[in-house]
Design a protein around this ligand. Structure first.
Ligand code: C2O
Length: 549
């Protein structure tokens, strides 16, 4: 590891130079002003940017943890390499002659389901035939465990592919190889994973193919929440408890939420992808809007209820509700195909939504085995265009795109009746609903100003216990603005064990203020509603900031 770190820093010096020389041309990059300057070196009279992209974890793999003091009872590490890690080649995307078209899970025919079930069955057979075959079902599931539960390290810190800009590219590569392995096991090079179309009312139930143990036994998994089988409508902000609502309300809420997350709250790349993660920043700099919701709630909705007796242990959300076991549920790949599809859709929405061009992002590396059992290093840069990776999604309408709020002549809550932020913050425990007024620095901004800078409701130093389920919602003038959630996990080697500090939790509000007609106000009524685990949350301050995001 030391060797790797040293090698990394030399190359980052070189890159630092390049970056500095290019800085003038890079000023339009959404991340250029966010690059991490963690040190200054006096060299040629200038400063050098010392950042290093995350390297592929090829040198070390250790125990993974379910939670502090509780190790995963088996090894999540990939099979032993038969070559020197240094010699693992870079993966080259093969030329694409025909795209694999991923279908919506609820709309496929029987033939497809039979085929998919057979492919998963063959994968499971590999587990028995040769447990060290990297294509095996458990080996494939372990990939998620190793990358997410602390088995890999970068320097002395854990490698974590969630809670940062690595989230989308990592899962895209993961599914990419999974799909190719399945295809090769049934000799079908056109095989494509199904996507769980939870962004369409017709896809908001658990996809039937996964819920027929007698017909498709290999797609079935008993470790799921039984209350959510059959006709139950998914709640895209589900966080452990079922809210009472009619099916129609639930679908409608989901639509509003999807619009909020995909459009209102993701106007630019940093908010959508998540924050920059490099060797220097360390893990979990901050997750993107869609990773937070609906990605995480869907995991929790599918997994077993925390605390339930699973026979050999009490549930920590297994399988889908915990990173270490998520990959053991075939529905995981179907869920993530839709998460990935959200990425492709976001790229077409327009405005300031551009791909990240920071070299620390593009040059980040991961490590996977392909369908021929060969290990490869892959780069994030190859994921930006999914068609170049040889797959696409069968088109389905996206009705949530029409869920922009129409300006209602809504009663404006009177901000003057509420305490200002200075009276409320810091909040030591978010254990009850709190309303307050936040001052804007300006009102009635022009379109040009809005294009240049996004107005953000910024919460500073949000701290919470990462081992606890947690969610709170944010409302502006009683309109849902966004949520923050935590999927229980562990974190290692931090100065304060289990407590994480999110420097900025931000909600983009340009569009929301237009929608609810508050653009000319100087004060906004903000309400924080803790749903679960609020007693483990503290927040230093809330303010309005204006940022080129
Ligand atoms: Cu890697 Cu949905 O989690």
């Amino acid at each position: 590891m030391i060797e790797a770190a040293e090698a990394g820093s030399t190359s980052s010096l070189k890159r630092g130079f390049r970056k500095r020389q290019n800085q003038n041309v890079e000023t339009n990059s959404p991340f250029s002003r966010n690059t991490y300057w963690f040190g200054r070196l006096c060299l040629c009279g200038g400063s050098i940017n010392l950042t290093t992209p995350i390297p592929a974890p090829t040198n070390f793999c250790g125990t993974a943890e379910i939670k502090p003091g509780l190790n995963v009872p088996y090894s999540c590490c990939p099979p032993k390499l038969d070559i020197d890690p240094k010699d693992i080649p870079y993966y080259k995307l093969p030329p694409v002659s025909k795209l694999r078209i991923r279908p919506a899970a609820h709309a496929v025919d029987e033939e497809y389901m039979v085929k998919f079930n057979l492919a998963i069955k063959r994968m499971k057979e590999l587990d028995v035939k040769d447990p060290s075959d990297p294509r095996g079902f458990s080996q494939q599931a372990n990939i998620h465990c190793a990358y997410c539960n602390g088995a890999y390290k970068v320097g002395d810190k854990e490698l974590q592919v969630h809670y940062s800009w690595l989230f989308f590219p990592y899962h895209r590569w993961y599914l990419y190889f999974y799909e190719r392995i399945l295809g090769s096991l049934i000799n079908d090079t056109s095989f494509a994973l199904p996507y769980w179309n939870w962004d369409h009312p017709k896809g908001m139930r658990f996809p039937p193919m996964f819920d027929q143990p007698n017909v498709y036994p290999d797609l079935y998994n008993p470790r799921r929440n039984n209350d959510h089988r059959g006709q139950a409508i998914l709640d895209l902000v589900h966080f452990g408890d079922d809210v009472k609502a009619t099916d129609l309300q639930r679908m409608c809420n989901n639509m509003v939420l999807l619009y909020r997350q995909m459009v209102t709250n993701s106007p630019c790349s940093q908010l959508f992808y998540g924050k920059p993660y490099t060797v220097e920043t360390g893990p979990k700099p901050g997750q993107g809007v869609v990773e937070n919701i609906p990605h995480t709630p869907v995991h929790i909705w599918v997994g077993t209820v925390v605390g339930l007796d699973l026979g050999n242990k009490k549930s920590d959300g297994e399988d889908m509700g915990n990173f270490y076991t998520s990959g053991l549920d075939p529905a995981f790949y179907c869920h993530h195909a839709n998460v990935d599809r959200m990425w492709t859709i976001w790229q077409t929405i327009g405005g300031k939504r551009k791909d990240i061009d920071d070299p620390d992002f593009l040059n980040a590396e991961l490590f996977f085995y392909d369908e021929n059992k060969k290990p490869y290093r892959v780069k994030v840069r190859d994921t930006l265009n999914h068609k170049k990776m040889g797959f696409d999604y069968l088109h389905m309408p996206t009705p949530w795109r029409n869920y922009k709020l129409v300006k209602k002549s809504k009663t404006k809550l009177n901000a003057r009746l509420l305490p200002p932020t200075t009276k409320i913050f810091p909040i030591a425990k978010l254990d009850k609903v709190i309303s307050f007024s936040v001052q804007r620095l300006t009102s009635g901004r022009t379109q040009q100003e809005k294009d240049a800078k996004e107005e953000m409701l910024t919460f500073k130093n949000l701290r919470y216990d990462v081992r606890k389920q947690m969610r709170f919602d944010v409302f502006i003038n009683a309109e849902f603005s966004g949520s923050y959630t935590n999927l229980p996990h562990i974190q290692r080697n931090q100065s304060e064990p289990h407590i994480t500090t999110i420097k900025n939790f931000q909600l983009a509000i340009n569009e929301l203020l237009e929608e609810i007609g508050l653009e000319d106000e100087y004060n906004l009524v903000v309400t924080l509603v803790p749903k679960i685990g609020g007693e483990f949350v503290s927040i230093e301050s809330a303010e309005i900031t204006y940022e080129a995001c």
